[in-house]
Design a protein around this ligand. Structure first.
Ligand SMILES: O=P(O)(O)OC[C@H]1O[C@@H](O)[C@H](O)[C@@H](O)[C@@H]1O
Ligand SMILES: [Mg+2]
Length: 228
């Protein structure tokens, strides 16, 4: 590997849900249960809009799908959001290291061996529980505390905070995401964006990979060097 390329990339900042582990599926299942209770149609296609979006904003999007609008007070909204979270927390109780998505363990090992810093930029208040279940907390140099942030993705604040805490310039970072709002946040932060999913979903990403199994430091370095 070329030395200049190694120098130009200094950090990789990961989303958590749907990138490190498949908790995006658990968020889907929990929201689906709430939607069914409220008689609101809820498809996997619509669920794509909720990825990366905060709990309360996800609920607002879900409620906007109803054909017969109902007014919910703030207390009722908070209660619905708490119910969704209780369902989600039950699902993540069972997470073990076997739930790491394919290729993640090897990719993080490659990054550490290359001296590239790593961070987590997750919108989830449950991020620490998930990372602990996976047994990977110590693999990351920084885990951004979402409760201290003012703005949600697609605002770049979470990725800029991760870069600042890692002590690297945004232009020297790659961000990895499975959500459109997350890719928008990475690009707004001035970083190189790797999306995981279907190419047509992510027109703004610098690279789209069909699966985390395709994450390779050597390949990313080449693409990163071209863009830098
Ligand atoms: O409700 P939590 O666990 O705080 O998570 C907030 C958001 O976290 C993001 O990582 C997920 O993609 C969203 O689906 C979720 O709504
Ligand atoms: Mg995600």
């Amino acid at each position: 590997m070329d030395n200049n390329q190694t120098k130009s990339l200094q950090a990789v900042i990961f989303d958590l849900d749907g990138v490190i582990t498949d908790t995006a599926e658990y968020h889907y299942q929990a929201w689906k249960a709430i939607a069914e209770e409220l008689n609101i149609p809820f498809t996997r296609e619509f669920n794509e809009n909720l990825k990366g979006v905060s709990r309360l904003d996800s609920l607002k999007l879900l409620l906007s799908q109803t054909t017969t609008p109902v007014h919910y007070s703030e207390a009722e909204m908070n209660e619905l959001a708490a119910r969704k979270n209780n369902l989600y927390v039950k699902l993540i109780e069972k997470i073990t290291p076997a739930d790491l998505l394919p290729g993640i363990s090897g990719f993080l090992t490659e990054l550490r061996e290359a001296g590239i810093k790593t961070g987590i930029a997750s919108a989830s208040k449950n991020a620490q529980t998930v990372l602990d279940g996976l047994g990977v907390t110590s693999w990351f140099d920084v885990i951004v505390d979402v409760t201290r942030l003012k703005n949600n993705k697609p605002d770049p604040e979470i990725f800029l905070t991760a870069a600042a805490q890692l002590g690297v310039e945004p232009a020297a970072c790659i961000g990895v995401e499975d959500a459109v709002s997350g890719v928008d946040a990475i690009k707004a932060a001035g970083m190189f964006a790797v999306a995981i999913g279907a190419a047509e979903q992510f027109p703004k990403a610098d690279i789209v990979l069909p699966s985390t199994a395709k994450l390779s430091l050597r390949d990313l370095m080449e693409h990163f060097a071209v863009k830098a």
